[in-house]
Design a protein around this ligand. Structure first.
Ligand code: PGA
Length: 247
């Protein structure tokens, strides 16, 4: 049995004030022990988020980490620093990192090693662009991303994979439940050939314009084990409704 996970990716949004408001609301409303719930604010808001969620079931993660352990890497944040702070999760290989920061699968793999060594729970993102889907390459792209990021690790127990079609992120377009399920089933089958993990135990999240209105039908699919939520994670009632749908 895979326990659902709903993770909020706050991206580069928020202020000290909005973090208090959002986590204040969530840490009292999220009561569900049938769903794991996480929020991933910007680095600078992590200490505040950790403090505000301390006595609630909401756990906290970062949106990225460095591939390096420590050293002269100006602007980078090490996985060990995040773990030391109390973070549980880290999102890796988000399509916005791949697009705007030219992150390759090899870099995602190196970051994954750093995250595992630090004891963080990684959420590795994969997904095709609209052009790739339209040209029939979606599965090949996702398979290459999985192999490139995941193949070289000894132990991937607890790994979470998020399928986020790039064309559905922040666009209001969502993959249909059937499209999402087909890709999730494909990903699970691909994971069977990756050493160090049990593909049946690995949670696969869907991401891309998940909202209260579409969460139920997405979560009804057998291979969808939760969601990575962007825009709707910034509105406490919407995020709560998505958590409820996963329960
Ligand atoms: P969205 O973002 O829900 O705003 O589409 C999802 C994500 O990028 O993780």
């Amino acid at each position: 049995m895979r326990q659902p996970l709903v993770a909020g990716n706050w991206k580069m949004h928020g202020s000290r004030e909005s973090v208090v408001a959002l986590l204040g609301a969530l840490s009292t409303s999220v009561k569900c022990d049938a769903v794991d719930v996480a929020v991933c604010p910007a680095f600078v808001h992590l200490p505040q988020a950790l403090e505000l969620s301390a006595s609630s079931p909401v756990s906290v993660g970062a949106q990225d980490c460095s591939a390096f352990d420590e050293g002269a890497y100006t602007g980078e944040v090490a996985a060990a620093m995040l773990a030391d702070l109390g973070c549980e999760w880290v999102i890796l290989g988000h399509s916005e990192r791949r697009a705007y920061h030219h992150e390759s699968d090899a870099l995602v793999s190196a970051k994954l090693s750093a995250a595992i060594a630090a004891g963080l729970r990684p959420i590795v993102c994969v997904g095709e662009t609209r052009t790739q889907r339209e040209s029939g390459e979606a599965e090949a792209i996702v398979a290459a991303q999985l192999a490139g990021a995941l193949a070289e690790h000894g132990n991937l127990a607890g790994l979470v994979v998020a399928y986020e079609p790039v064309w559905a992120i922040g666009t209001g377009l969502t993959a249909t439940p059937e499209q999402a399920q087909d890709m999730h089933a494909y990903i699970r089958a691909e994971l069977a050939s990756i050493p160090g993990l049990d593909e049946q135990a690995t949670r696969l999240l869907y991401g891309g314009s998940v909202k209260p209105g579409n969460a139920d039908e997405l979560f009804a699919q057998v291979d969808i084990d939760g969601a990575l939520v962007g825009g709707a994670a910034l509105v406490a009632e919407d995020f709560q409704a998505i958590v409820n749908a996963a329960a």
